[in-house]
Design a binder for this molecule. Structure first.
Ligand code: EPU
Length: 417
């Protein structure tokens, strides 16, 4: 099992280019099931979650090739099955989004139970109820969900709770359903706007993506097109915190700061010094940080995916901060690892923690519990005194491409063994 070894304490400098967004690429790749012909998708991040999604699709009969410029050519014309491989599907929670396009095009889809997840219980009731409202039947047996339909038809569906992937699944399903679908209380993430934009380019009739009401006029079939994956806003936020924590001047380029408004507001409150351009952010050495209370929220609120690195930043602030993450049940358990490294964080309940700062961190042997907590441990290692060894690095590589080399290029003392 690969480990990361980090020697903490040195400053970083230079430029880091943001890669394509994992949570946009996964959905756009899945949406190609709705199209006829060859899709060309560029700026796809080379990360474990994308490889898994492509493996699942290849197993269904999808043709995926990489061209010389690094774009992926995806043709789903010859899909020969609609049951997702059990092992592959279970390994990737996002495989559930395939239910929408498979059901809409083939009238059936078999999805393995997504299973437990390290960041907490993640039910799929909204996906099931949503697809049922469009006329699907869902049977649960042998740890699988069997979705079938005679024909999906338009409906009004109100999300009982805002869900990113359920919104995307319903957009895909409704795109080629018969009639008009109105989705209410939808998630508004930029990744959803990107998905709708791509589907519209392919001939779909989707209005309102990026708001809480989305209307989709079903069409017969979509025609393949091409697109470039947007920059990963979670990478941007992670690197901003990395620059601030290490008191370094680094340039984070190829990004869209407009996707991080609430996050940047909280960084400003914390006293983090930044220079923000249209498509870059520069971190400036900041001596002292203020404590800031945050609550994670659906977009445009503070992203739950940036809670872990922000919690780490607060271990260096002068005073107490309250971190409240109501979205998932298990996203604060990693604070235990930061405490092992010298932080002083008290978990009040699964959703709230009080961080007492500033604390001195020390290198330790820690395992990466999940993707966002994992990269946070890497950042902790960069400011800790001594050597930090991180295990279970597979989790980190689910979402951060070539991270060792990219951090080395900034001068970080990090290597994998
Ligand atoms: N929920 C239900 N029932 C459902 C679906 C969701 O109760 O059927 C609940 C969840 O348990 C959670 C809340 O609704 O409490 C919101 O979850 P959501 O469905 O929005 O999360 P998701 O779509 O599964 C996506 C991202 C996550 C990100 C969340 C929140 C993808 C592939 N994943 O997950 O990203 O944290 O939205 O923004 O887009 C990550 O990249 O590390 C990651 C976990």
């Amino acid at each position: 099992m690969k480990q990361y070894i980090i020697k903490g304490g040195n400053k970083l400098s230079g430029e880091i280019k943001v890669k394509g967004a994992k949570n946009s690429a996964l959905k756009i790749i899945a949406s190609t099931i709705l199209t006829k012909g060859e899709n060309k998708i560029s700026n796809v991040p080379q990360i474990n979650d994308i490889k898994k999604m492509m493996d699942i699709l290849k197993d269904l009969g999808v043709n995926i090739k990489k061209n010389q410029s690094g774009s992926f050519l995806i043709n789903t014309d010859n899909i020969s099955k609609t049951d997702i491989d059990e092992k592959k599907g279970k390994d990737l929670r996002a495989s559930i989004i395939l239910s929408g396009p498979l059901l809409a095009r083939f009238k059936k889809a078999t999805i393995p139970y997504p299973g437990g997840c390290l960041i907490g219980k993640r039910p799929i009731d909204i996906f099931i109820n949503g697809l049922q409202s469009l006329g699907a039947h869902c049977e649960e047996k042998n740890n699988k969900y069997y979705f079938t339909t005679k024909q999906l038809h338009g409906a009004i569906f109100v999300f009982p709770k805002i869900s990113v992937t359920a919104t995307e699944t319903m957009i895909m399903a409704a795109s080629i359903a018969e009639g008009t679908t109105v989705l209410k209380n939808t998630a508004q993430e930029p990744e959803i706007i990107e998905l709708a934009k791509y589907l519209n380019k392919c001939g779909a009739k989707i209005k309102g993506a990026g708001t809480s009401i989305i209307t989709i006029k079903g069409v017969k079939r979509l025609l393949a097109n091409k697109t470039k994956i947007m920059p990963d806003r979670i990478e941007v936020g992670t690197f901003v915190i990395m620059g601030l924590l290490t008191k370094s001047a680094i340039k984070i380029s190829n990004c869209l700061p407009e996707h991080l408004e609430t996050f940047l507001l909280m960084i400003k409150k914390a006293g983090g010094k930044l220079e923000i351009g249209k498509n870059f952010i520069k971190t400036l050495p900041t001596k002292k940080f203020n404590p800031v209370n945050i609550i994670t929220h659906e977009y445009p609120g503070f992203a739950t995916d940036l809670q872990a690195p922000f919690t780490l930043l607060m271990t260096q602030a002068e005073g107490n901060s309250l971190i409240h993450d109501p979205i998932f049940n298990g996203r604060l358990f990693f604070t235990d690892k930061l405490n092992q490294m010298g932080a002083d964080i008290i978990m009040c309940d699964p959703h709230r923690a009080i961080v007492k700062g500033p604390t001195h961190l020390f290198g330790k042997n820690v395992d990466s519990p999940d993707l966002r907590a994992g990269i946070t441990l890497v950042l902790a290692g960069l400011i800790a005194q001594g050597t930090t060894t991180i295990g279970n690095t597979y989790q980190i590589e689910r979402g951060y491409e070539n991270i060792i080399q990219r951090l080395k290029n900034l001068g970080a003392k990090i290597y994998a063994k």
